[in-house]
Design a protein around this ligand. Structure first.
Ligand code: SF4
Length: 348
């Protein structure tokens, strides 16, 4: 007997309960060499990351390539196992109160490579219907067609096509429909619009915003494009060398960056608004090797404000400025006055 169509898992903790809480999450990858494959080093890809994702929000995650943002996404959804730390989903601790299988029912991920995400031998309709079919849900094909229409692909034209017959933007719409087919509560979008042309990117971003409202979704949006993150995010989390160095409301962070790394990262962002240009010099050089990250503040080898304490003592996330939601990990910004290094530099 077939089951009914998938429904979102119920909200357990109420709106004030974060949907996901991540506490001290770590993932270290061993590097092996030699004939015996002995471990010779460890890459600290994610190294003690803590944050929460609130219900109904879009949390943007930014940082240079290799900062750990994509590894964090894969840990969140359980594609790779964390070494240490804790993930709590809607009040239930992963491994104790909720299994990975049950948590995954509420989570879906959309990747950057729209083609590699689809089975080239399945039609678009079959790709979207696949998950529902495996679970024995009713009318998977009908639901797939409904979702294709919802993401802007006319089922009469597209349902029987194969992935290679679609453009990159159309394929990414199919991947979004596939994600929605399982009625998730949270969708993790890992560079999901980065490979698209700018005009198509804007269409997909608007589609994501509409679907979020319609389906009551929460997003984690990972991107290197700060303009895109600004458009879609309610809050922004900045990572550097496997650590969270700043987090806060998008509006507050885009107006005034508390951490010198964030300020340098944002200085590379093109802006047409003269009031939002910064004179902070862009980042120079490559990030240090994550096998042997710098002591204390990991940014001290590239930070022009570094003082001796910076290499000796690790700064912790602390409130910055008037907004208690805006946190940064830097020794020298003045938390009491909300004084910003980036602002000071722009004025002088
Ligand atoms: Fe720069 Fe020191 Fe702040 Fe790190 S703690 S960002 S090195 S000023």
């Amino acid at each position: 007997m077939s089951k009914t169509e998938p429904k979102q898992q119920p909200d357990r903790g109420g709106p004030a309960q974060p949907l996901v809480i991540v506490k001290d999450l770590k993932k270290h990858f061993p590097i092996r060499s030699g004939l015996l494959g002995r471990q010779t080093a460890t890459v600290r890809a994610v190294d003690g990351v803590s944050f929460s994702v609130r219900k109904g929000e879009t949390l943007g995650i930014v940082g240079e390539s290799g900062c750990g943002k994509s590894t964090t996404a894969r840990l969140l959804i359980g594609l790779i196992e964390h070494d240490e730390g804790r993930i709590v989903f809607d009040g239930e601790a992963l491994g104790d109160d909720i299994s990975l299988k049950d948590m995954r029912k509420s989570m879906q991920m959309v990747f950057q490579d729209s083609y590699a995400s689809l089975n080239p031998r399945l039609t678009i309709e079959d790709s979207v219907a696949f998950g529902a079919k495996v679970q024995g849900l009713s009318d998977p094909a009908g639901r797939a067609r409904d979702l294709l229409a919802r993401v802007g692909l006319d089922p009469a034209r597209f349902a029987r096509r194969f992935p290679h017959e679609l453009s990159g933007g159309q394929r990414q719409r199919v991947n979004i429909a596939r994600a929605l087919a399982m009625a998730p509560r949270i969708v993790i979008l890992d560079e999901a619009v980065s490979a698209l042309d700018k005009s198509v990117e804007a269409q997909v971003l608007n589609l994501l915003a509409d679907l979020k409202q319609e389906f009551g979704l929460t997003y984690v949006f990972i991107s290197h494009d700060l303009n895109v993150v600004r458009f879609i995010s309610d809050r922004v989390l900045v990572m550097y060398l496997g650590e969270v160095i700043e987090i806060g409301p998008a509006e507050a962070i885009y107006a005034s960056q508390a951490h010198p790394y964030t300020a340098s990262l944002f200085s590379a962002m093109p802006s047409m608004d003269p009031d939002h240009r910064t004179v902070e010099p862009p980042l120079s050089g490559d990030p240090p090797n994550p096998v042997d990250p710098p002591s204390g503040c990991r940014f001290h080898t590239r930070c022009r404000f570094a003082e001796p304490v910076c290499s000796q003592q690790k700064p912790v996330l602390a409130p910055f400025g008037a907004d208690a939601d805006h946190l940064a990990a830097c020794h020298i910004h003045d938390q009491a006055s909300g004084h910003s290094l980036a602002k000071e530099d722009a004025i002088s």
